[in-house]
Design a protein around this ligand. Structure first.
Ligand code: AKB
Length: 377
């Protein structure tokens, strides 16, 4: 048994060699070490099935060759939902979680540890597994970024630069998480267009804007297939967000269920773009799976679903829990929220690669209640 399609350097297992057929190794993707954590396929079965018809054999090899995916920030808010979906899509053996902290005891998958700012450390992991795609999610968020601006710059920018360099040097496809934080107080706040004024006033926003331009630069200069979306506030029951301005939209559910009341750190009339996590995961995987020629924006796509005020969210919760109460004690995060759009126009993503959301406020509230109640029991 051996890893099909990766056998150009395997002399030990009788593996099929791309170079021995009429086709080149490039046709079966990246040739590489036999030890890649890829789909294990018994080549003798293929040989029997296709009677050594090389062309059909190659096509079969290509179709069953899985991508090998690295996820940074796998135990953060997005990663906690994305990793299981990627495991379903590519196989558990083909998804490598690059953890750092908050590693759950029950994590079921391949785990590596390392510093995303260190090219050599990351390169060793990429070569060890023959990684073909990276979802680079690790990042400091907006509120924590304001308390540690130097760390935010270091982690957000240097981490991205390392993965752009690695994507260029190892021919990997790269996903990178941007945010509505690229917009600022001078941006139109309603129906914010794809192309608009970008003058963020948080360090987080500055790193996301600089990161978007860096992604586009690597695409234009080196042809790196980098894809990105500007996430709104994300709402999920699996992992709590850490250090963002939109965290209230998740915290409100925890406190409603556990305490029956919530003290919100932004005003009740504050409106921000939000999205239920299942939609965000679908969009993330869809943009990575889309044909390259559909991805015309190489900075980052506006990516939107629902917008609501805190009051509207609280009213939705009260429909299911009439005794629920909310108090408002706005803090420094109010200014960040006020600098971001209320609604975002994501027509370009919808038209170019077919983005569509499914969850509205009511459906999202139903699922959050149902799942969180089970989780917190
Ligand atoms: C944050 O609030 O910092 C994040 C974001 C919108 O990028 N959730």
């Amino acid at each position: 048994m051996c890893n099909i399609g990766l056998s150009t350097s395997c002399d030990n297992h009788g593996c099929w060699r791309a170079g021995e057929g009429r086709e080149s190794a490039a046709m079966v993707g990246r040739g590489g070490v036999c030890g890649r954590a890829s789909s294990i396929v018994d080549t003798s079965t293929l040989e029997r099935t296709y009677s050594l018809n090389t062309e059909i054999y190659i096509q079969a090899a290509v179709s069953i060759m899985a991508e090998v995916v690295l996820v940074t920030g796998p135990f953060g808010q997005i990663g906690s939902d994305l990793v299981p979906e990627l495991q379903k899509l590519h196989g558990k053996d083909n998804v490598i979680a690059l953890g750092h902290r908050n590693i759950p005891d029950d994590f079921d998958g391949i785990l590596e540890k390392g510093d995303i700012r260190n090219y050599e450390e990351m390169e060793a992991i990429i070569k060890k597994y023959n990684i073909t795609q990276v979802y680079h999610l690790a990042s400091l968020l907006s509120a924590v970024g304001e308390s540690k601006p130097d760390v935010a710059w270091d982690v957000n920018m240097n981490g991205l630069k390392v993965f752009l360099d690695l994507a260029r040097d190892n021919n990997m496809k790269l996903f990178w998480a941007s945010s509505i934080a690229v917009f600022g107080p001078t941006t139109p706040r309603e129906n914010t267009p794809q192309k608009t004024v970008l003058e963020p006033t948080t360090m987080y926003g500055v790193t996301k804007l600089a990161g978007e331009l860096l992604c586009q630069y690597y695409f234009l200069k080196y042809g790196v297939d980098v894809r990105s979306i500007r996430y709104p506030g994300l709402i999920s029951w699996k992992a709590e967000p850490g250090g963002g301005t939109t965290d209230y939209a998740v915290a409100i559910f925890y406190d409603a269920i556990q305490k029956g009341k919530y003290t919100c750190f932004v005003k009740e009339e504050t409106v921000l773009p939000m999205m239920y996590m299942d939609d965000a995961i679908k969009g993330t995987i869809d943009i990575m799976e889309a044909p390259a020629d559909k991805i015309k924006v190489r900075t980052s796509y506006n990516h939107s679903a629902i917008s609501f005020s805190v009051k509207e969210l609280a009213d939705e919760i009260k429909k299911r829990m009439p005794e629920f109460e909310v108090e408002y004690e706005p803090d420094h995060r109010q200014a960040i929220a006020d600098s971001w759009p209320m609604t975002v126009d994501d027509t370009v993503a919808r038209e170019e690669w077919g983005w569509a959301h499914e969850f509205d406020l009511s459906k999202m509230t139903d699922v959050m209640f149902e799942e969180l109640k089970k989780k917190l029991q």
